[in-house]
Design a protein around this ligand. Sequence first.
Ligand code: ZN
Length: 303
Amino acid sequence: MTISDAVREIAERGYSPARTARDPVNPAMINNWLEALGDSNPRYAAEGLAPPAMTQVWTMRGLHPRPEPDDPLSAMTAVLDEAGFTSVVATNCTQTYHRYLRHGEQVAVRSRLVDVTGPKRTALGEGWFVTTESTWYAGDEAVATMLFRILKFRPGTAAPAAPAAAAAADVLRPMVSQDTAFFWAGTARRELRLQRCEACGRLRHPPGPACPECGSTRLDHVPAAGTGTVYSYVVHHHPPVPGRKCPFVIVLVDLPEGVRMLGELVGADPAEVRIGAPVRVDFVRVDDELTLPAWRLEPGAES
Ligand code: ZN
């Protein structure tokens, strides 16, 4: 069977049968998740709700999952493995929440194959983009939907690196939403903006639709001083990232305002980076639509 025949056959199956979660929605799992994410919003415990971003957790298949021939992503993965596209990387994920889940609810998930495109030449190799849609239900009611896309690629077939001049056009662009538009409007003016809750004054980053402290949706922003210290960092060697030359350094910066922010450290050799090093923000203009914040080591910071 060709890949396109397999795609047609799997897509025509439509939604898979419902797969029920191992456990009902429960406060023990929610507490672990909130701690891991650093989310101290008291609303979940007080009102018996689960964080919507946790939806997928309820139907995770555990460390030793049984094969799932009914699952369209598993079926498509098997077809592409067979054809030599054995490597995988997740490329994007969009979740839509219809309502909160409550303690004690039993969740089930169903999935369908939405789209398969390829073969495409990518920086990782020749491959196919596979998009599935999953919907979570409590009883008959849909509570959340997720579009999930992976790239299944043939290892060892990476396209040659793009010339440096073309790099800017390839930069991965952030998703700009109504919650984050102020931040990107700020970077365009070389201003680093932090979201502030008008009700309780709490600053936060990254921005979101409501204050995690008090739940208020009245939010504005204040300019940051633009200084900070390196809380942690990674030196990225592989895989190649569009618009960047490997290796590059991503720093997690402690701002004096009390929030942390991720960004690229520019103008430094990866060997110069140290935890605790003072840094200052800079702005890298990509084009009229996008200016990225970046960080530079303060002169004399190397020890
Ligand atoms: Zn607040």
